[in-house]
Write a protein that binds this ligand. Structure first.
Ligand code: ZN
Length: 321
C-alpha cells in the first residue's frame, strides 16, 4: 500500500510527505476526522514510509515494506482498546519499548481510537509526550478528538481527515469492492463521505435481503404458485444481482441439508440464522433439498450463459420441491 493508493486526503498526505522530505517529522501526530474515511490507512502508509529507504516511500517492494504488509514489522506497533478502554498497561508497554532506540528507521506506535484511553492511560501517555525520544513517532487516530485531554492535544501535530467527496467513495466501492457503478453511487451518496459507513450499509442491506430469502424458503409452499411467482420479482434485473440471490437460495438449501443430515450447526454458512434453517430442514426431505440445490445450480449456469432471466427464474421456482 502506497500513498497513491489512499482515497482522498491529498492535503494531509502532502503535509506528511513534506515533513519527511524536510526531516521535520513530529514526535506525535493526531489524525482526527469521522469514522471510516482513511485515518488508519494513512497512518499505516505513513508508518511504512518512515521505515522505507526508497526514493518515494513506501515502495511496497523492499524487505521493510513487505514486513509491514504482512503485519510483522518490529517498528510498527498498533495499540487498540481491550474491551472498552486502552488501558495503562498498554501505554506502559509502549514506554518500555521506547526506551530502546530502533536499530534502523523509526519506531511508530499507532493508537487506534485514541480517545478510548482511560484517565490513567492518558496520564501515562502525557508523560511520554512531555519527554519525546528520537526514533519514536506516535500516531493517534480518533473520531472524537474532543474526548482527549487538551494537554495531549496540544502536544500533537494535527491532521484533519474530512469526509471524502462522494466520487471518491464511489470510486473505492467500484475498484475495491467490485460494486456496480449504480450501486456504488447510491451507497456513496448516503455514506456521508465515509467508506466504512458505505461498506457497513451495503452489508446491512445484504443481510436484510438474505434474511428475506431465507424466510421465504422456510415458509415456501409448492401449492402457492402465485406467491412463488411474486418471489421471482425479488431477484432484481441485473445478472450479478440475480446470481447473488441465487447463491443465497442455494446456500439456504445446502444448510438445510447439512442440518438435516448431520445436525451440525457450526457447519452452516448462515449459522446466525440457524432457526430459519431448521424450519427449512423440517419442511423438506433430504431428497427434496438435493433436488432444489440442483435446480438452483442449473438456473445459475443458465443465467451465466445469458438465458432469458425472468423465464429461467420462474421455471426454477415452479420446479422447486
Ligand atoms: Zn519500501
Amino acid at each position: 500500500m502506497r500513498f497513491k493508493d489512499i482515497y482522498g486526503h491529498e492535503k494531509a498526505i502532502s503535509i506528511l510527505k513534506s515533513t519527511m522530505a524536510g526531516d521535520r517529522i513530529a514526535h506525535a501526530y493526531l489524525f482526527h476526522g469521522p469514522e471510516g474515511v482513511g485515518k488508519r490507512t494513512t497512518a499505516s502508509v505513513f508508518a511504512r514510509a518512515l521505515n522505507c529507504d526508497a526514493e518515494d516511500p513506501p515502495c511496497d517492494a523492499c524487505a521493510s515494506c513487505r514486513k509491514a504488509e504482512h503485519k510483522n514489522h518490529p517498528n510498527i506497533i498498533t495499540i487498540r482498546a481491550e474491551g472498552q478502554f486502552i488501558k495503562i498497561a498498554a501505554i506502559k508497554e509502549l514506554q518500555a519499548r521506547m526506551a530502546f532506540r530502533p536499530g534502523e528507521g523509526k519506531r511508530v506506535f499507532i493508537l487506534e481510537e485514541a480517545d478510548r484511553m482511560n484517565a490513567a492511560a492518558a496520564n501515562a501517555l502525557l508523560k511520554i509526550l512531555e519527554e519525546p525520544s528520537s526514533g519514536n513517532v506516535l500516531l493517534l487516530a480518533t473520531a472524537r478528538s474532543h474526548a482527549l485531554p487538551m494537554t495531549i492535544l496540544s502536544r500533537c501535530q494535527h491532521l484533519r481527515f474530512a469526509p471524502l467527496p462522494r466520487e471518491e467513495v464511489a470510486r473505492f466501492l467500484r475498484e475495491k469492492e467490485g460494486m456496480e457503478a449504480a450501486t456504488a453511487e447510491v451507497l456513496a451518496a448516503a455514506s456521508g463521505g465515509s467508506i466504512g459507513r458505505a461498506i457497513e450499509m451495503n452489508r446491512e442491506e445484504y443481510i436484510a435481503m438474505r434474511n428475506g430469502i431465507l424466510e421465504h424458503l422456510a415458509q415456501d409452499n409448492p401449492a402457492d404458485l402465485l406467491k412463488r411467482l411474486a418471489f421471482a420479482g425479488r431477484f432484481g434485473t441485473e445478472r450479478e444481482e440475480i446470481l447473488e440471490r441465487l447463491r443465497i437460495l442455494r446456500s439456504g438449501y445446502r444448510d438445510g441439508l447439512v442440518l438435516r443430515e448431520t445436525g451440525a450447526k457450526e457447519s452452516l454458512v448462515f449459522g446466525d440464522r440457524a432457526g430459519v434453517i431448521e424450519a427449512i430442514a423440517e419442511r423438506l426431505s433430504g431428497r427434496d433439498l438435493l433436488h432444489n440445490i440442483a435446480a438452483v445450480s442449473a438456473a445459475m449456469s443458465a443465467i451465466t450463459q445469458n438465458a432469458n432471466k425472468p423465464l429461467t427464474l420462474e421455471a426454477m421456482l415452479i420446479k422447486l420441491a
